[in-house]
Design a protein around this ligand. Structure first.
Ligand code: FMN
Length: 209
């Protein structure tokens, strides 16, 4: 079993990457092979809207890293997307990549049946995490993935999805910011729960090589 995490942050190894790592760590504990792919390391051209993919399962842009990333997505049984919130949305970097996957779901739905999950992180406490999470989930659903939630019914912690913040607390008139996402205990918990939930659902999936 393989799980692929794709980080849409411009900043490698920072908060979004740490959240994805926590999800992958839980999967790794269950013997799943994991990989974190940093889009910031990748060369991804914009979709040029040639519409070739309406008829053929192909993309006419071949001289960048999308084909390689698509290969990794095809090999994985679970795909986890992570994005910081930029103006209430995913980063432009991730959106450019999302558009370039159109060929994988027009003539055929190549990713159908895989497990999908997403996580977000914003500077503010209410900075657009929920909107961004919905955008990512909608993308995964477009591709035919089964979206796995971070809920843990019965555990006493009720929250939707790993949606982190760098807001710490209100200290008089001033905000005290977290130094990083690891100080956001609820988000740490939600990332781990998401990894455990993915593991549970992967365990129930048939292995197809
Ligand atoms: C261009 C830009 C737009 C942003 N827009 C928002 C926003 O709408 N809401 C918010 O709470 N934070 C916003 N932020 C802050 C980021 O979400 C925050 O810095 C996040 O921690 C970045 O994740 P990273 O550590 O993985 O890079 C924005 C940051 C940038 C650079």
């Amino acid at each position: 079993m393989r799980a692929l995490a794709i980080n849409g942050s411009h900043r490698k190894g920072k908060n979004t990457a740490k959240m994805l790592r926590m999800v992958l760590d839980e999967l790794g504990k269950g013997g799943v092979q994991t990989e974190l792919l940093e889009l910031a390391d990748m060369h991804v051209e914009y979709c040029n809207a040639c519409n070739h993919c309406l008829r053929k399962t192909e993309c006419t842009i071949e001289d960048d890293d999308v084909r390689m990333i698509a290969g990794k997505m095809m090999e994985a049984q679970a795909i986890i997307l992570g994005s910081p919130v930029y103006f209430g949305n995913v980063t432009g970097r991730l959106k450019a990549f999302m558009d370039r996957t159109r060929w994988m779901h027009m003539a055929e739905n190549l990713l159908e049946g895989k497990l999908g999950a997403s996580l977000t992180l914003a500077g503010l406490r209410n900075g657009g995490q929920e909107m961004t999470q919905l955008i990512l989930e909608r993308f995964l659903q477009h591709h035919g993935l089964r979206v796995i939630e971070a809920r843990d019914p019965g555990a006493g912690v009720y929250n939707l999805g790993p949606m982190g913040t760098l807001f710490g607390s209100l200290d008089g008139e001033a905000i005290r910011w977290n130094r990083g996402i690891m100080e956001d205990a609820l988000t740490v918990r939600m990332c781990r729960t998401l990894g455990q939930n993915l593991l549970k659902h992967l365990g129930a999936m048939p292995v197809v090589d």
